[in-house]
Write a protein that binds this ligand. Structure first.
Ligand code: B3K
Ligand code: ZN
Length: 841
């Protein structure tokens, strides 16, 4: 297939002035009538409409029948058949939602009709110029016996909807089902009343309160922080069990994977609650950053996604703890985006070509896209950021914009030249920043050097502008220089600080001020000092993290156990009641095996997954033994009586409690975890205790009890599948996973269930990379099977193989062998085809 290129972008010669859609729903044989009011361009070109898998029943232009046959990607109406000026084109097509296992376009989930159009699903519903720069107001009529019929915009009578805001087709949505609403009312800052509804199946009605509360807080926050109000009379959210991703921001009708809506203390963990809050906010925030201002073309995806992630991260920080949120975001960035950037799938935040756009909804576009905005803000300051955003909304409302438009509002609002900054959008790869320091008589010099490593298709790069936040501490731990942003713009640069009384301790890259890898030789004593004294909470955590990584790396490479200094520092943090419990829990969480493999690889080693696994377990045992005597008291102090509340403070206490329980399990044979499991009255503690048991090779009986209790709850059972694979011993993982695919409740058509199993397989680092290659084979087998039904999810899950290049030769051969086998599969999708091509390089 030929790739689509940014350089080939051309504005649409056609304008759609209005769209009227009529659906007559039937599982097999839904008819869609589309009346498009079109204005032609003066150029006299053919009219090209996208359309895939549609049975064309009739086509009329200004009432006159046209006898044209579509090809397999759309329909061309020759210029000769088109009148001058405006005309109406009416098509009638038939589609089969019940057969749609790809979950793109119009499909069915548990008797309910729903849609997913982004990026290019609308063309599976009707013939249309399916590109984001074609925006039109839509009227929709739905005919069906089902009681609840929803589409975008405002209601206009039973089954009728009208959306006054021009939108691209990817934001179209339709839902029909036997649903019930959890409702509330919101009044906007300017006094507009809005009906809020969360639509779910009857049995889920009492699991919507937290999502609704999150929605209301998001709406208020966007008014207060960005001055953005909601713009329709209703805002609908629908929960769907079968969904390829998290959620979708369709105008006025967000459709969600039910796992990011439904929650009760008994069924959802603290992490689930936090994700629901973040994703509800994310989709709601898209109403302005994505919908009112959309993307000119799919290369500009980060324009809406990077900004909306940045906004939802800000929101979660405001709702919870900024320090904890930042640490969690960086953990995730390193785990997913740094890994992507270091391998064969590396691509710029704004890619320049693609075969299948769905393959570019990545950590780079989303999370690095958000980091780039954070850097921009650091460089122009909070006021500059606010001015630029106001200008962005004022100037581009109702438009399909580009990254150039975005950067231009910053340049105009702040007077800053962003030509060099723009490289963050066009160059892939994680920059490395090498730091050395020199101190002499009250004078400190920091030498910074940036290295921008090559990535696929980009062998050479030029220096970027990198904001590096630093602070200086006196040897007693007093802050002698508060956080200051250095701008590294050259390949090498020196920064000086005068008038110091003594050699300071440098705290560098505070708040993780840029998505880079810091290379700096720091001794254990200095790291321990920063863990104890740094006034920047992120760097305080980072010091502990870096120390643990250094020690773990030594355990892997030469088998040396961590010394007593580390234990002393860990003990001090663990039992320091002056620190947030959530922060202490994060410090206790050792670097993951994948993170260690990444780090060792970056340091020039070939990581051995088995050795990393053994060393990490050993490190946990050392920590557990060192803290054991004081853990029971800590656990007792953290055992909250009273009913569960999902707020950040309570969640932080539970996180610390589960971290302590996990350590204690390594010395008490699981006695405390067993008791905790039995008396748990919420899912966080129930699943946390079960994980502790599985980690020490126990918990079979508890797994059975869990399944008996929760067998009917699809979302809770996803956890049951995941846990036993994630925490299984490496040599048993493949077998266990395969056995679970034979379980009566395994259904490969449900993306959540498929991910619960195979996502866990890929996340069990030592098990996935076991030397026998059984996990590689198993995953490849199932990706091939899934691809025939659901290419999008198969392609996404194939990224488990993207770390092949850091492995030893034997594993490299095995993984490349599996990728080659997948690539050779007859009838392979464009999605998985592109992924295997890119990974094989
Ligand atoms: N915009 C959607 C993602 C669509 C993915 C298409 N493969 C959800 C989001 O980012 O909010
Ligand atoms: Zn988004």
């Amino acid at each position: 297939p030929t790739p689509v290129r940014l350089a080939d972008y051309r504005p649409s010669p056609w304008r759609i002035d209005r769209v009227a859609l009529q659906f007559r729903l039937a599982p097999r044989g839904t008819t869609v009538t589309a009346r498009l009011e079109i204005s032609s361009a003066p150029g006299g070109e053919d009219l090209r409409l996208d359309g895939e898998g549609l049975r064309l029943l009739s086509l009329r232009l200004d009432g006159r029948a046209l006898d044209l046959r579509p090809d397999d990607r759309g329909l061309t109406i020759p210029a000769a058949d088109l009148p001058q000026g405006a005309f109406t084109l009416e098509s009638v097509v038939e589609i089969d939602p019940a057969d749609n296992t790809a979950l793109e376009g119009l499909y069915m989930s548990k008797g309910m009709y729903c849609t997913q159009c982004e990026a290019e699903g609308f063309r599976k519903i009707t013939f249309y110029p399916d590109r984001p720069d074609v925006m039109a107001p839509f009227d929709v009529t739905i005919e069906s016996d089902l009681p609840v019929l929803l589409s975008n915009g405002n209601p206009a009578g039973q089954g009728r909807w009208t959306d006054p805001w021009p939108k691209p087709a990817y934001l179209f949505a339709l839902v029909a089902g036997d649903l019930i609403a959890h409702s509330a009312r919101f009044t906007t800052a300017s006094g507009r009343g809005v009906d809020l509804n969360i639509w779910v199946r009857q049995c889920d009605e009492d699991h919507c309160a937290y999502a609704m509360d999150s929605l209301i807080r998001s709406m208020r926050w966007d008014e207060q922080v960005y001055g953005r109000e909601y713009d329709l009379d209703v805002f609908n959210i629908v929960a769907v069990d079968d969904f390829n991703m998290g959620a979708m921001e369709n105008k006025g009708l967000n459709i969600f994977n039910s796992r990011y809506v439904l929650a009760s203390p008994e069924t959802a963990t603290d992490d689930d609650y936090a994700r629901i809050e973040a994703i509800i906010a994310h989709e709601y925030f898209h109403n302005w950053t994505g919908n009112r201002i959309t993307c000119r073309d799919w290369f500009q995806l980060c324009l809406k996604e990077g900004l909306t992630v940045y906004r939802d991260q800000q929101f979660s920080g405001d709702m919870r703890s900024h320090a904890v949120k930042r640490i969690e975001d960086v953990l995730m960035l390193r785990a997913r985006q740094f890994r992507e950037d270091a391998g064969p799938l590396a691509h710029p935040v704004r890619p320049e070509s693609y075969v299948e756009i769905n393959n570019f909804y990545t950590a780079t576009v989303y999370e690095k896209g958000a980091e780039v905005i954070g850097m921009l803000r650091r460089l122009v300051g909070d006021d500059g950021y606010a001015k630029a955003l106001d200008l962005y909304f004022a100037r581009h409302d109702g438009e399909a914009a580009t990254i150039e438009d975005w950067l231009a509002v910053f340049e105009e609002a702040t007077g800053r030249d962003l030509a060099q900054f723009k490289r963050w959008y066009s160059e892939a790869g994680t920059p490395r920043v090498r730091v050395t320091e020199q101190y002499e008589a009250g004078h400190l010099t920091l030498h910074l050097e940036q290295i921008n490593p090559p990535t696929p298709g980009q062998p050479r790069k030029s220096p970027k502008v990198i904001p590096i936040a630093v602070g200086l501490l006196s040897p007693e731990g007093r802050e002698v220089l508060p956080t200051t942003v250095l701008e590294l713009t050259g390949a090498q640069q020196a920064f000086s600080f005068d008038g110091l009384e003594a050699r300071p301790v440098v705290s560098i890259l505070r708040g993780f001020s840029a998505p880079v890898i810091l290379e700096r030789a720091v001794g254990a004593a200095e790291r321990a000092f920063l863990l104890e004294h740094d006034t920047d909470p992120f760097n305080r955590w980072e010091a502990g993290r870096a120390l643990a990584k250094d020690l773990l790396a030594r355990m892997v490479t030469d088998g040396t156990d961590p010394g007593p200094d580390w234990m002393t520092a860990m003990e001090a943090v663990t039992f320091d009641d002056g620190l947030e419990p959530a922060f202490r829990a994060l410090v206790l969480r050792l670097p993951s095996e994948d993170d260690m493999a990444q780090t060792l690889h970056a340091a020039g080693h070939v990581p051995d997954p088995a050795a990393i696994h053994t060393a990490r377990r050993r490190m946990q045992a050392v920590l557990a033994n060192g803290l054991a005597a004081r853990l029971p008291d800590l656990l007792a102090a953290l055992d909250d009586p009273g009913p569960y509340t999902p707020d950040a403070a309570a969640a932080g206490r539970r996180a610390l409690r589960m971290a302590a329980l996990s350590l204690l399990s390594r010395v008490d044979g699981g006695a405390a975890a067993r008791a905790t499991f039995t008396t748990a009255d919420n899912m966080t503690v129930e699943v946390g205790a079960l994980a502790c048991l599985l980690e020490i090779g126990a918990g079979d009986e508890e797994l059975t009890r869990f399944a008996t209790r929760w067998g009917e709850d699809r979302l809770v059972m996803d956890k049951w599948f995941t846990l036993q694979i994630l925490h299984a011993a490496p040599e048993t993982v493949a077998e266990r996973t395969e056995a679970l695919t034979g379980h009566a409740d395994f259904d490969m058509r449900n993306p959540n269930r498929f991910r619960a199993i195979f996502g866990a397989l890929a996340a069990n680092h030592a098990g996935f990379h076991h030397a026998d290659g059984a996990s590689y084979r198993l995953l490849a087998d199932w990706l091939i099977r899934l691809d025939a039904l659901n290419p999008q999810t198969a392609a996404r899950m194939s990224t488990a193989f993207d770390s092949w290049s850091r492995m030893d030769v034997d594993r490299q051969d095995m993984i490349r062998g599996e990728l080659t086998r997948i690539r050779a599969t007859p009838g392979l999708s464009r999605d998985l085809g592109e992924m295997t091509e890119r990974m094989l390089g």
